[in-house]
Design a protein around this ligand. Structure first.
Ligand code: TYM
Length: 341
């Protein structure tokens, strides 16, 4: 079977990078796959979170998932800490993963900053927990933005090594092609890496000190318009071919955003806007973004008023997630050689 797993950290309000890089594919995959979407609160605390902010963000991100169009009837929507097997499997996988593999992770280097000795062990171990998230459900496809590619390669390496380390037990249990499927990254679309609106060479991110650098899914129409109006550009007109975007990171980014919002390719967008100045393109982009994003913000505001409903979605999702995870985790423990009652 085809099973999708993905997650986002409840450390902030979702932004346009989260939406176009991952969420748009999450929504589509509901039609074709069994989908499990997680609010990864265990990952969030790898950097210290104020508890009352974390609590609020978990419900906020869940509300955003629903407002964007995830359907809690078809998809499993839950928060990671409610399913204990994530942390348990992460421990076993810690003993499979190699120190050298983790030492190569570039995101740790960025997030740990200068003083690596002072980083939490959780921050270092983060990619192993991410592998556990995926493998706990024996998921086959993982829709994410481009920045998660290296973590997914690590998840595949861990799955592969587990399959080899325990090949005898795995075969004896009747699995022909290893126990864990190697999860496929699903990184597609015109905006797999949305860049900052202030600097086309930097990723759009929650941690950018300037709020003008990103569009938040809760921004109102005026704010969206202001941010795109102030977005950095170069002085030239848009090219009529995609090749013409090379070396023009800001133009490339805005065209990618337009394409992703419109459900078109960058080539289509340039067919329409090639030769236009930004003074003509930006208003079209603003209209499109406001039309697509305002209903999401409105729906999120509506959902926020009913935290009981949100908590209910999470509780139901956790029960359904556990029902899939429990038998898989029981099998993992048997394969490893643990004795259970
Ligand atoms: P997180 O919370 O940083 O981001 C959530 C998703 O949004 C994507 N994304 C972007 N895509 C395009 N352009 C951007 N500027 C941009 N910024 C963020 C991310 O690629 C991601 O898909 N480690 C993950 C969470 C995670 C996870 C998992 C994902 C934990 N366990 C298991 C998949 C499977 C993270 O920190 O995402």
């Amino acid at each position: 079977t085809l099973r999708v797993f993905s997650g986002m950290q409840p450390t902030h309000n979702l932004h346009l990078g989260n939406y176009l890089g991952a969420m748009v594919n999450w929504i589509k995959m509901q039609d074709t796959h069994e989908c499990i979407y997680c609010v990864v609160d265990l990952h969030a605390i790898t950097l210290w979170q104020e508890p009352k902010d974390l609590r609020r963000h978990i419900r906020d991100v869940t509300a955003s998932y629903l407002a964007c169009g995830l359907d809690p009837k078809r998809s499993i929507i839950f928060n990671q800490s409610q399913v204990a097997h994530h942390a348990e499997l992460a421990w076993i996988l810690n003993c499979v993963a190699r120190l050298g593999w983790l030492n190569r992770m570039t995101q740790f280097k960025e997030k740990a900053g200068k003083d690596k000795e002072a980083a939490s062990i959780g921050l270092y171990d983060y990619p192993v927990l991410m592998a556990a998230d995926i493998l706990l459900y024996r998921a086959t496809h993982v829709p994410v933005g481009d920045d998660q590619k290296q973590h997914l390669e690590l998840a595949r390496d861990i799955a592969q090594k587990f399959n080899v380390d325990y090949a005898g037990e795995i075969e004896a249990a009747g699995y022909k092609d290893g126990f864990f499927p190697l999860p496929e990254p699903f990184i597609t679309g015109p905006a797999t890496r949305v860049m900052s609106l202030r600097d086309g060479t930097k990723k759009m991110s929650k941690s950018d000190p300037s709020d003008l650098a990103r569009i938040n899914l809760v921004d109102d129409a005026d704010t969206i318009a202001k941010k795109f109006r102030k977005a950095k550009t170069d002085p030239d007109a848009l090219p009529s071919e995609v090749e013409g975007l090379k070396g023009r990171p800001e133009a490339d980014n805005l065209v990618g955003i337009y394409a992703a919002l419109a459900g078109k390719t960058a080539a289509d967008v340039l067919k329409e806007f090639g030769g236009s100045q930004f003074s003509a393109f930006k208003p079209a982009l603003i209209d499109l973004a406001v039309a697509k994003l305002s209903p999401i913000a409105a729906e999120k505001r509506r959902l926020e008023e009913d935290p009981t409903y949100i908590d209910g979605v999470l509780a139901d999702g956790a029960a359904r997630a556990r029902a899939i995870a429990s038998p898989i985790f029981r099998q993992v423990k048997e394969i490893v050689g643990f004795v259970s009652a």
